[in-house]
Design a protein around this ligand. Structure first.
Ligand code: NIG
Ligand code: FE
Length: 403
């Protein structure tokens, strides 16, 4: 029987990332209809297909579209001056204690209007997209009052209208103690639970809720209160945990069936076991590790042993990871965290999709999934991880259409 479809893509090896492995199909064929993959396999095994459009690449590889599953792309100003202060001896915690750090970005973000936030975020989004990113998660968390958080979330939703990219929005309600609530974090958590989250849910402004569980931010008890409110509204949760110390936030996150726990430099075996049991993804952020000159590596070997899927993301943010290249993060995951290139690539495709709850529709080349993929004129997928900087030409297909 003849298969009719919108487009057919030939002449490249398919790096499917099925089950998180390269799983390469040599000289592949990939058929797309209505934005979904309807057939893929070796060209030699292809059934009779009639396509409106046929593209022949003449070599190279096709990977799934890349997924950056943890960013803070929307913010006012930047913190290059703090980068300089740190190189002159101040620590991230010192700067935060003096009202700098996250709170200085909160100031700048509150002052910026919708359009200027949109404009500056677009300038950061473009370089990520130019490297084959087709899905990106973006967090609020620099507003920290109800109006400014809603403003950020509306900018995040507006970004999806501006560019051909799938945007997942996260309400990072508990990122830092707002200046008005200094010394009363409980009161902000109550405000977030009673006013912010219900407003967010009502306007469908977020797909998940996040918090920063750390001595200089919120305690596990605060996080528990916030997560309980999020779940009551039907919002999944995720957590910045174990970045600078061990509070067992990741274990707490697992108890709430969190999509992911992120950073995790100080995660213990007990945390890892809880994440494995809950199916919580470990999102590792080599850019922040690198910029903060951390020396404690996340327990990658434990994640492997317990079968916790590991994702990699840019954590693009003005304080700890002003990263505009996901490809660079792949390289850093290998050099700094000892990932294999195959694990790194799975970390920005299949496992990153899982960290966003999108594993059934995104993250690998499989029949039924959304047709987000990238053609690279490269011989082997390890090259995506290997080259440092520069630009790799690529053709990005978003929902079956060249972008
Ligand atoms: O993911 N850890 C907390 N949040 C950000 C840093 C935000 C900032 O410094 O502005 C992170 O690293
Ligand atoms: Fe972050």
């Amino acid at each position: 029987m003849m298969l009719n479809c919108d487009s057919l893509w030939l002449g490249a090896n398919l790096v499917t990332l099925r089950n998180g492995c390269y799983h390469i199909i040599e000289d592949g064929a990939l058929a797309v209809n209505a934005g979904r993959i309807v057939w893929l396999g070796a060209h030699a095994d292809m059934p009779e297909i009639h396509a409106e459009r046929v593209t022949h690449f003449g070599g190279g590889i096709i990977t799934p579209g890349l997924i950056d599953c943890h960013t803070h792309l929307v913010f006012g100003g930047n913190r290059s001056h703090e980068f300089e202060q740190r190189l002159n001896g101040a620590s991230y915690a010192d700067i935060a204690a003096q009202g700098g750090g996250i709170l200085s970005t909160v100031n700048a973000t509150r002052q910026a209007d919708h359009d200027s936030l949109l404009h500056s975020a677009l300038a950061r989004l473009r370089p990520l997209l130019s490297e084959g990113v087709t899905t990106i998660e973006i967090k609020s968390g620099y507003g920290l009052d109800v109006a400014a958080e809603l403003k950020m979330l509306r900018v995040i939703r507006a970004l999806a209208q501006q560019q051909p990219v799938h945007v997942v929005s996260t309400c990072l309600a508990a990122h830092a103690i707002p200046p008005e609530y200094r010394g009363q974090p409980d009161a902000w958590i109550e405000q977030a639970c009673q006013s912010l989250l219900p407003a967010v849910a009502q306007e469908h402004l977020a797909d998940a809720v996040d918090a920063f569980c750390e001595h200089l931010a919120f305690s596990p008890q605060h996080v528990e209160r916030l997560f309980t409110a999020a779940q009551a509204l039907g919002l999944p949760v995720k957590l910045h945990a174990e970045q600078l110390s061990s509070l067992h936030g990741s274990e707490l996150a697992a108890r709430f069936q969190a999509l992911s726990a992120d950073h995790l430099e100080y995660a213990t075996e007990q945390d890892v076991a809880a994440m494995a049991a809950a199916g919580t993804v470990a999102v590792l952020l080599p850019g922040a590790y690198y910029l903060l000159r951390e020396t404690q590596c996340p327990p990658v070997e434990l994640f492997r042993r317990y079968g916790v899927p590991m994702a990699i993301a840019s954590d693009c943010n003005p304080g700890t990871s002003p990263a505009l290249s996901l490809r660079l993060m792949l390289n850093m995951a290998c050099t700094l965290f000892r990932f294999t290139p195959e694990e790194a690539l799975a970390g920005v495709t299949l496992h990153a999709a899982r960290a966003l709850g999108l594993q059934d529709s995104h993250g690998s080349l499989e029949v039924g999934k959304v047709a987000d993929f990238v053609h690279w004129p490269l011989a082997h997928p390890a090259e995506l991880v290997y080259w440092l900087g520069g630009q790799l030409p690529c053709t990005t297909i978003f929902r079956g259409e060249p972008r």
